[in-house]
Design a protein around this ligand. Structure first.
Ligand SMILES: [Fe+2]
Length: 292
């Protein structure tokens, strides 16, 4: 496997985020789930119950690592200790690809613990791409970057978010984790057409999709992951699938988490669109979308 492929050519379908309230159910019932997504940072530890449970999950399921602290847009480097632990986890899980956000969140060793939007400029895009490539070279795993939901924008931005995302992934030659709920949330908050976003990014680079629920708050809508996706988000998802075909899809549900069965049932709604197209690997999708 080459680390600058976007994934390992797997043709996974619908996945579920691995969350603590569901551990017992998953271990005792072995539900028919194709794959689980973990938050890498929850397992960057020396032993203990979380890793013991993860080891049991790995005996039965494919696990894909998703992260929240590489901050590809932050100017400072990821700490050596963090990268070393992350690489050990990559080797432990054998994750076919790894994802994190196109954002910033740290400066001079201070961490905001938030995923903050970037100024959309050529210089920032190139710096983010360089960082993605350095991390990929070290971890030796394909990387896809996720688009954020945001509530503010920089007046210094010189391009749209979709142009910025395109510049980054093409310069880094990496994949996209396309969060269609994040596109929808930002489109409402910043008053753009979410379909214009989808139509103007390199869809042949989409290695994985996120769907999620959000909530209204005053003049904004907030990416809360505390409920099921609304119909317009599913419609945007259906549009993406109609353009790129069968793609690994993950439902994020991180607050007010209901039973495993309820989360699973909601996630499986994706199959009504996924099953209309044949299962494809990333290479096949890329050829279908772009002819490359
Ligand atoms: Fe997401």
């Amino acid at each position: 496997m080459s680390a600058n492929q976007f994934n390992d050519n797997s043709d996974l379908g619908v996945g579920i985020g691995l969350r603590i309230p569901h551990y017992d159910h998953i271990l005792s019932e072995t539900p028919p789930v194709e794959w689980f997504e973990i938050i890498s940072e929850n397992f960057l530890i020396d032993g203990g119950r979380p890793l013991a449970i993860l080891e049991r999950i790995l005996e039965k399921y494919t696990v894909i690592q998703h992260g929240v602290s590489l901050y590809f847009g932050s100017p400072n480097e990821v700490s050596e200790d963090h990268l070393k632990r992350l690489k050990e986890l990559v080797q432990f899980t054998k994750t076919p690809w790894l994802t994190d956000h196109l954002c910033w969140g740290s400066v001079d060793g201070q961490y905001s613990h938030d995923l903050l939007p970037l100024p959309y400029t050529t210089a920032v895009a190139h710096a983010a791409a360089e960082k993605i490539m350095r991390v990929r070279d070290y971890l030796q795993v394909p990387i896809s970057v996720e688009n954020l939901s945001s509530y503010v924008e920089f007046t210094g931005s010189a391009m749209s978010e979709w142009e910025f995302l395109t510049n980054v992934v093409e310069a880094a030659d990496c994949g996209i984790l396309l969060d269609v709920n994040n596109i929808y949330v930002s489109s409402v908050n910043h008053k753009f057409d979410p379909y214009t976003y989808v139509d103007n990014i390199p869809l042949d680079r989409v290695a994985q999709i996120h769907i999620a629920g959000h909530s209204p708050h005053d003049r904004f809508i907030i990416d809360t992951h505390d409920r099921a996706p609304i119909d317009p988000v599913w419609e945007l998802y259906a549009y993406v699938i109609s353009k790129i075909g069968h793609t690994p899809t993950l439902l994020e549900w991180d607050a007010k988490i209901p039973s495993f069965d309820e989360v699973h049932k909601e996630a499986m709604k994706a199959t009504q669109w996924l099953d209309q197209t044949p299962r494809t690997s990333q290479v096949e999708r890329r050829q279908a979308v772009s002819g490359k």
